[in-house]
Design a protein around this ligand. Structure first.
Ligand code: DGL
Length: 264
């Protein structure tokens, strides 16, 4: 069965999973998350590269994977080159949507909301230089919001006062905000409400799904998945047996029981 592997540190990659399955409802997905090393936005670069390459390669060695999506901006900024050297299948990364935001912003003042690591990386600075040279870019790196996305998926209500406090540097200043972390589309309604209707909020989910569809069509690899409930598979690096809310939520997304990832 030609599966697509979608990988993240936690549940953020589910925002990409949703876009991929919207476009390709029949595609079988394996979702893997490295919760043992979460949050990635706080990890040293070398640790992050080793973990992502190790875990993705181990899953690809055990399963029939036709394409990998690194559904994590923090990891994509540094792991794509080493991972592509290691694996011969297509690897799709997630890049903050700076280019579309620059095109959409009337004021030419955009905001980037990402992890502390992503806002610091050369990759991101270069993206801004290449695609938003005429824009003033305000960057916020927040692990607190990543945790909030994790909590929301487990049924915990979003604390809007905390959210507004994190977003305050954008308020009344930018007219377009890029969600440069895959956890943040999970908070999109709350972020949009906090920023107000004058501010546009963009993310890369749909573009990634289009890229995946295009590559699979080129390879002729898009295959029907097993149908019905629990049709997709999910692996984590640390046990989540006790996390009842997470297991229930993953089941709603169509995943079978969360299993431990192969040793890497
Ligand atoms: N969802 C990830 C991203 O897009 C990582 C968040 C984290 O683990 O810090 O950057």
């Amino acid at each position: 069965m030609n599966s697509v592997l979608i990988f993240d540190s936690g549940v953020g990659g589910l925002s990409v999973f949703q876009e991929v399955t919207k476009l390709m409802p029949e595609q079988h997905i394996i979702y893997a998350f490295d919760n043992a090393a979460f949050p990635y936005g706080e990890l040293p670069d070398d640790v992050l590269v080793n973990r992502v390459c190790g875990m993705v390669a181990a899953i690809c060695a055990e399963h029939d994977i036709s394409l990998v999506v690194i559904a994590c901006n923090t990891a994509s900024t540094i792991v794509l080159t080493p991972l592509r050297e290691q694996l011969s299948i297509p690897i799709v990364g997630v890049v903050p949507a700076i280019k579309p935001a620059a095109a959409k912003s009337n004021k030419k003042k955009i905001g980037l909301l990402a992890t502390p690591a992503t806002v610091k990386r050369d990759y991101t600075q270069q993206l801004v230089k290449d695609f938003a040279p005429d824009c003033e870019v305000t960057m916020i790196g927040s692990t607190e919001l990543v945790q909030m996305g994790e909590a929301k998926l487990r049924g915990v209500a979003v604390n809007n006062a905390v959210l507004e406090n994190v977003l305050s540097p954008f308020m009344g200043h930018v007219d377009c905000v890029v969600l440069g972390c895959t956890h943040f589309p999970l908070l999109k309604p709350e972020i949009e409400a906090a920023l107000g209707s004058e501010c546009l909020v963009v993310d890369s989910g749909e573009a990634i799904a289009n890229r995946v569809a295009c590559l699979l069509n080129e390879k002729g690899d898009q295959k029907a998945s097993s149908k019905g409930k629990n049709k997709h598979w999910v692996f984590s690096s640390a046990s989540v047996k006790d996390e009842i809310a997470l297991n229930q939520e993953m089941a709603k997304f169509g995943f079978s029981e969360i299993k431990r990832a192969p040793i890497f």
